[in-house]
Design a protein around this ligand. Sequence first.
Ligand SMILES: Cc1cc2nc3c(=O)[nH]c(=O)nc-3n(C[C@H](O)[C@H](O)[C@H](O)COP(=O)(O)O)c2cc1C
Length: 237
Amino acid sequence: MAHTATTEWPREAIAQCVSSVMRSRRAVRAFKPEPLRRDLVERILEDAAAAPSGANIQPWRVYVVSGSVKDDLAKAVVSAFRAGSAPAPTHFPEPLPDVFRARLLDFGARYYASLGIDRSDASARMRQTERNFSFFGAPVGLIFSIDRRLKPHSWIDLGLFAQNVMIAAKARGIDTCPQVAFAQFHDQIASCLQMPPEEITAFGMSMGYGDVAAPVNQTRMPRERTHDFARLLGFAA
Ligand SMILES: Cc1cc2nc3c(=O)[nH]c(=O)nc-3n(C[C@H](O)[C@H](O)[C@H](O)COP(=O)(O)O)c2cc1C
């Protein structure tokens, strides 16, 4: 599989194109029912596999589900979610340092406001959380997994691969939502997808054509300014 592409485009046009794709990607949580062609999904995965990885070990694994396979997986996870049988989510430490907690609370406020859900309405928030597990109505779902014997360093590789998936999709007009919510349901997912025992579910992702009119897709998440998160040292100017 050849990953190198040559192009005659002027460098500035390429930079603008890449920048515009990166900046227009958003976590999309309502999709049109329009199916995704298998060849498009395969092209996206081929592009994504150009991601770097430490010592090129390429630790990413991904299960891409659609049709009845996706529906069966969603059914199993939704029913485990309703039964409350999953272990508590562990993806953030408790207590979360204040700087991150402030951003998390800001995210929650914007997200639930876009849906007209009051913060105190726990059952409405649960119903919205549950929508994660039917991939927010997307025609395609992805489950990213990794060999559990690997160290956190290799999870970085998996994240880089996933970002490439989202950018390669967006470049083709296809939207995504990365979803750590799936990680809690590794047992159900592993059983549905017949994962080998050494694999662990890292996160999921919804993929399809976003419903631009849906209120939830109007949410815009702010970013810190460059000089708040970066220190540029040793430059001449
Ligand atoms: C690793 C990871 C896990 C995420 N998990 C979820 C999730 O489980 N459910 C969800 O609705 N969004 C999830 N998101 C989406 C984030 O909330 C979203 O990326 C963030 O708020 C910034 O918004 P933006 O992607 O639209 O710029 C996740 C994002 C990342 C990178």
